[in-house]
Design a protein around this ligand. Structure first.
Ligand SMILES: [Zn+2]
Length: 282
């Protein structure tokens, strides 16, 4: 899917799908409610997208946000998570757009959970290596600290072979809080509800804007405020963060990009007397 936001061309790259437990994805919301929009399979799992994003239209820069789950896992793991991404890895997506890995100048990692950063690396001769050797890598320092020293609660989301090539890269730039205009028109803002210092990406040009929300609202079904994930470390924090960012987006008439929505990767957010919801782009 392609969006034009002022001077920026935003390509949402479909890096396949995977499956997570529907109950875990919707926290305290009963299945009778979420199963209507996100039907569960026989193992109670729902299908989630893996939407990376490439930003061009800013001179020589080619900026990649997240990279899907990648392929550094065995059949058992792939079965548990129902991974379906053959032929849709990040390099496949870039090739379709006529872009090579070496042309990527900048990588923004929203956070180090495996379904967001796994695709930046692949095994070469049995060793996990970065696929993008000419890119600076941007990550929040506080999240880096949380990733290398994870809590018992989210330890399983941080996988050594995903993290090592990133945290050992000489191109890694650790950021200390929000960054207004990392590059002209592209800002980063950390949020703490899902995990420590996960960063959302705000893209603005010529009065238009798009927000790459990462796990602040993983799918369009997560726009209503109480629809938050059981995985969120700080549920009351994410509730406040969602309201704040959605109000800002509504004011700007911004486009929301949903990293895990395989059916609706982008939408507008609207607020009615019943609360916030996602509305199809026209
Ligand atoms: Zn995620």
């Amino acid at each position: 899917m392609k969006l034009q936001i002022g001077k920026f061309e935003i390509n949402i790259i479909d890096c396949g799908t995977f499956r997570l437990d529907g109950g875990a994805m919707f926290g305290v919301i009963p299945k009778t409610m979420w199963n209507k929009t996100n039907p569960a399979d026989e193992l109670n799992r729902i299908t989630l997208g893996l939407n990376a994003t490439l930003i061009t239209g800013c001179g020589r820069r080619k900026i990649l946000i997240d990279a899907g789950i990648g392929d550094k896992f065995d059949e058992k793991y792939s079965g548990i998570y129902g991974v379906d991404n053959k032929g849709r890895l990040i390099l496949d997506g870039l090739t379709k757009l006529g872009v090579t890995a070496d042309e990527i100048t900048d990588i923004i990692i929203t956070h180090l959970h495996f379904d967001h950063c796994g695709g930046f690396t692949a095994y070469q001769n049995g060793e996990s290596k970065l696929l993008f050797n000419n890119a600076d890598i941007y990550l929040q320092k506080e999240h880096y600290d949380a990733g290398i020293n994870p809590s018992e609660r989210d330890r399983a989301s941080f996988i050594k072979d995903n993290l090592a090539p990133i945290i050992n890269s000489p191109r890694l730039k650790l950021l200390d809080g929000p960054v207004n205009e990392l590059f002209e028109g592209i800002s980063l803002r950390p949020f703490n509800g899902h995990t420590k210092a996960m960063q959302a990406v705000i893209i603005e040009s010529e009065g238009k804007s798009a927000y790459y929300l990462s796990d602040l609202a993983p799918t369009a079904s997560h726009v209503p405020i109480p629809f938050i994930m059981g995985y969120d470390l700080f549920p009351l924090t994410i509730i406040e963060e969602k309201k704040e960012i959605f109000d800002e987006m509504i004011k700007k008439d911004a486009v929301a990009i949903f990293e895990h929505d395989h059916a609706m990767p982008a939408a507008k957010i609207i607020k009615t007397e019943k609360g916030y919801r996602a509305e199809k782009l026209i």
